[in-house]
Design a protein around this ligand. Structure first.
Ligand code: SAM
Length: 287
């Protein structure tokens, strides 16, 4: 395997694997996995099936969220000895709602070459077919499991103008869509991408309320893996939110100091304090 030319340190390869369809395994990923001295895999049994399918016999070791921190120093030693390691997770691109951050950071800090071997990623695959603005987007990973925490996260994103991307599991898909409709608004345009690249791939765009009703009404749509994409707040609505915030702030500033007016306006409008504070200073300046 090729080592770093300047010294005899090995290379860490971060290798994407398919998110369903095995044809998405790239020739380069296959070569790197075959030639590596060791494959660190999130789940050796799960990845064992993939490796067997492609006839790859490289030794595997487990590296998952529960042992990553403790295993990193040993893996760094192996790389320092000049061996190469390929790191894979169960599906898709490692580190994207997956383990690997500690390993990659430690390798970079140790001056070890870290090489991406790109491939499938559910968020990007979903975005590429959603038909939502894709010039700017925000990847939020999995929302919290409990409704109150989930709504709190959504509330912070209520006025985000960029396309929002979430992952969700089948156990929570209905309640998650319900919370999204409640916080972002029943009429907000969204896309549900289910089982991408697999037999029952389904990509549906509708309002959040329609998506919620549709999934609730069809048991088949509650199965599998999901990406939820939400249209950012359209500019016109953003402007009307701003106009309303301005009206509320103006009234409060007549009676209260800036910090108190801002805090109260944040509670009334659901907007972020920082944003309202800047607003308040501008209003004060104008007045
Ligand atoms: N690292 C992976 C990636 O690059 O997409 C994501 C890993 S994360 C633990 C698993 C989540 O990704 C699933 O719960 C689902 O939200 C999403 N996902 C993975 N494969 C998918 C697929 N084929 N279709 C839709 N969503 C998928």
């Amino acid at each position: 395997m090729s080592h770093s030319p300047s010294n005899d340190i090995g290379t860490l390869y971060v290798v994407a694997t398919p998110i369903g369809n095995l044809e998405d395994m790239t020739p380069r990923a296959l070569r790197v996995l075959s030639e590596a001295d060791l494959i660190a895999a999130e789940d050796t049994r799960h990845s064992g099936r993939l490796l067997k399918h492609f006839g790859i016999g490289t030794r595997t070791e487990a590296l998952h969220e529960h042992n990553e921190r403790s295993q990193v120093p040993r893996l760094i030693d192996i790389l320092r000895e000049g061996k190469s390691i390929a790191f894979i997770t169960d599906a898709g691109t490692p580190l994207i709602s997956d383990p690997g951050f500690h390993l990659v950071r430690a390798a970079r800090q140790a001056g070890i070459r870290v090489v991406p071997v790109p491939g499938a990623c559910a968020a990007i695959a979903a975005l590429s077919v959603a038909g939502l603005p894709s010039d700017r987007f925000v990847f939020e990973g999995f929302p919290p499991a409990k409704s109150a925490a989930r709504r709190a996260v959504f509330e912070k994103l209520q006025t985000e103008a960029r396309t929002l991307i979430f992952y969700e599991s089948p156990h929570r898909i209905i309640e998650c869509l319900a919370d999204m409709a409640a916080v972002f608004g029943a009429e907000r345009h969204a896309v549900l991408a289910r089982e991408l690249t697999k037999q029952f791939e389904t990509i549906r765009d509708a309002t959040l309320a329609e998506l919620q009703r549709w999934v609730e009404g069809d048991k088949d749509q509650q199965l599998g893996e999901f990406v939820i994409l939400i249209h950012g707040l359209p500019r016109a609505e953003q402007e009307s939110v701003d106009a309303e915030a301005e009206r509320v702030l103006k009234l409060l500033l007549e009676e209260l100091p800036v910090s108190q007016a801002t805090a109260l306006a944040a509670r009334i409008t659901g907007l972020k304090k920082n944003r309202l504070y800047e607003f308040a200073l501008r209003l004060k300046g104008a007045g």
